[in-house]
Structures are given as structure tokens and as C-alpha cells.
Write a protein that binds this ligand. Structure first.
Ligand code: ZN
Length: 328
């Protein structure tokens, strides 16, 4: 099958970025030799993705149905932490009464927070019908079960937020051009994606792989002027900074930035990704490591260590290391 043209520059000359299996599907990622934009290629069409996200995606990730208490509490913890982080990052740009649209809003935690803290007039789009219903019923947020491509806005917004959604779409360019039309001129767009130098990135649901330069250039190509594009930590995770976010204004004139050559991108990923992958592997077996530590040190020393470490280690009374729900 012939690869799709580069979503950023339209070229058709690629090098291999990654190839492997994720959940029994063979995935191929190519990197454009001209602009260093990497994407799953070939990748599913917008229609195929829409059907996947309508019902399967949240469940495949183990998030499950929103009314199942165990899964919802887990999901809510990370949604809450992300919302706090996004509001913190956007704080200098937030004023009272903004109209806000969030794309892929999950259970609507961020939107409800913006409404409660800033009197924002909020709306959301969420492809999963159960999550959209949860946001409407539990948070009283106006959420439409739709994809960005099928959404018909009734007005232009001051702010659009898209947290870890852009890397899931069939064409990031088409989605950003569509969103440009949803924003008033001078309105703000906040997008957050994984940073491929530290994040695994390549996974069944991820269709695009952005680095700072290609994210900036994609925003510019779609009619935005970047305010800032940078990497940062995920508030919901103990892992090193593996998020990349872009804040941009609709309109204005910005010149494209020079991207590193695709060879440098591949080399940098090889050098930076491996140490994080080892940390992730350690993190995955941390429960077992803690059990061994407890057996070796005895309960008293272990409890002392636990207090020093912000109480984040599990108590020796309750050896369960799974996250405890802090939010309903
Ligand atoms: Zn390209």
C-alpha cells in the first residue's frame, strides 16, 4: 500500500520511524525526510477512528464504562490532575466569562472547573457516548457526542482546549483547520500531545508523533501563531517530562521554524527514550520491589522510609499499591 502524503508538508519521501506490534496489530510509523513529521502510515480513516472512539477506545484502555465505580474513580483522578495542570498552565490567559470548547473532554472535569472558577461558558465534544452522557448528567456540562470533524458549532469560541487528542486523529492538519474556523480571530488554542523523546508514543491509538518544531509548524500551517510550544511533566504521573504542549493564537503571521533533520530526530529518540523505558519497567514492578524492601528492612524501617517519601509508599498495614480514589 502506498503511504499517505505527509500531513504537514505534503511530501511523499519517508524513512522508517518505528515498526512493531501493538495488541496484535502491525503498526508502521514513517518520518518525513523533508519536515521530520512522523505519523502512523498507513493509518485508519477518520470514519474508522470515529467508530473506534465512539465506544471501544475507553474500554480497551481499561477505563471502562463511566458508571463502574472502580474504573471511574481511577479515570477521575487523572482527569482531575490534568485539569488542575491545564488551568495552571493557562492561568495567565484566562479571564472571566470566556467561551470555551474542549475537544475530547472525557467526563468534563476541566470544563466544569473552568465554569466554576472563571464563569466560563463551556461546551465539550466527546466521541464516547457514555462519557458525554456522564458529563451532561453529573457535571451539568453541555457535551455533544461527536468527533471534531462532525461537530457544527453555533458560535465562535475564545478558547479551544485539546488534551491528548490531536495525536489520535486521522489528519491533524484537517482537524486544526476545522478548529481554526471554530475560534474567533485572536482566540486561543491549547493542544497537548506526548513527547516522543521520552514517551513511548507508538501505540495503536496514536496516529501522529509531534516534536516541538513539527507541532509549531503544523499550528502555523493551519492559521495559528504559536505563543509557546514546550515540553513538561504530566501532573498525573511520576514519570519524567513527557508531554508536549502548544499554545497558539488564531490568525496572525508566523514564520515556520527550522526542524531538526529526520536523522537527528531518530538519533535523539534512540538516546532519550531508552532510560525512560527502563524507569517505566521499574515502575511497573514497583509493588514487588516494595514487598521485597519490606521483607528485607522490617516493618519499622520501612514505615520510616515511607514517611520520608511523602507517605507515597503503601503502608505496611495495607500492602495494596494500586492508586486510592481521592475523588468521586
Ligand atoms: Zn513533511
Amino acid at each position: 500500500m502506498r503511504p499517505l502524503p505527509c500531513d504537514l508538508c505534503g511530501a511523499t519521501t519517508f524513512a522508517r520511524f518505528w515498526r512493531g506490534r501493538d495488541r496484535d496489530k502491525l503498526l508502521t510509523y514513517l518520518i518525513c525526510t523533508g519536515c521530520s513529521m512522523a505519523s502512523m502510515n498507513p493509518r485508519p480513516s477518520a470514519e474508522e477512528l470515529a467508530s473506534f472512539y465512539r465506544s471501544d477506545y475507553r474500554r480497551e484502555r481499561g477505563i471502562g464504562d463511566p458508571w463502574r465505580t472502580d474504573s471511574v474513580s481511577r479515570h477521575l483522578i487523572s482527569e482531575r490532575q490534568r485539569a488542575i495542570q491545564v488551568i495552571h498552565l493557562l492561568q495567565p490567559y484566562l479571564s472571566r466569562g470566556l467561551s470555551v470548547l474542549e475537544i475530547g473532554c472525557g467526563t468534563g472535569f476541566l470544563l466544569a472547573s473552568l465554569r466554576d472558577q472563571y464563569d466560563a461558558v463551556v461546551e465539550g465534544i466527546e466521541p464516547d457516548e457514555h462519557y458525554a452522557a456522564y458529563a451532561r448528567d453529573q457535571r451539568n456540562v453541555n457535551v455533544v457526542a461527536s468527533t471534531v470533524e462532525n461537530f457544527i458549532p453555533q458560535k465562535q469560541y475564545d478558547l479551544i482546549v485539546m488534551v491528548e487528542v490531536l495525536e489520535h486523529l486521522s489528519s491533524a492538519r484537517r482537524a486544526l483547520l476545522t478548529m481554526r474556523g471554530f475560534l474567533r480571530t485572536g482566540g486561543l488554542l491549547y493542544v497537548q500531545v506526548p513527547d516522543p523523546y521520552t514517551h513511548r508514543t507508538v501505540a495503536l491509538a496514536h496516529t501522529h508523533v509531534f516534536i516541538e518544531e513539527t507541532l509549531a509548524n503544523m499550528l502555523i500551517a493551519c492559521g495559528f501563531s504559536p505563543v509557546r510550544v514546550n515540553t513538561h511533566k504530566d501532573a498525573a504521573s511520576s514519570m519524567p517530562p513527557y508531554l508536549l504542549s502548544g499554545l497558539a493564537r488564531a490568525g496572525g503571521q508566523a514564520s515556520p521554524v527550522a526542524a531538526p533533520s529526520y536523522r537527528r530526530v531518530l538519533l535523539k529518540r534512540r538516546l532519550t527514550r531508552a532510560p525512560v523505558a527502563s524507569l517505566e519497567a521499574l515502575y511497573a514492578v514497583r509493588g514487588r520491589i516494595l514487598m521485597i524492601l519490606r521483607a528485607l528492612l522490617g516493618r519499622r524501617v520501612y514505615e520510616m522510609l515511607r514517611k520520608l517519601y511523602w507517605g507515597r509508599l503503601p503502608s505496611s498495614e495495607a500492602p495494596n499499591t494500586s492508586p486510592r480514589p481521592r475523588d468521586r
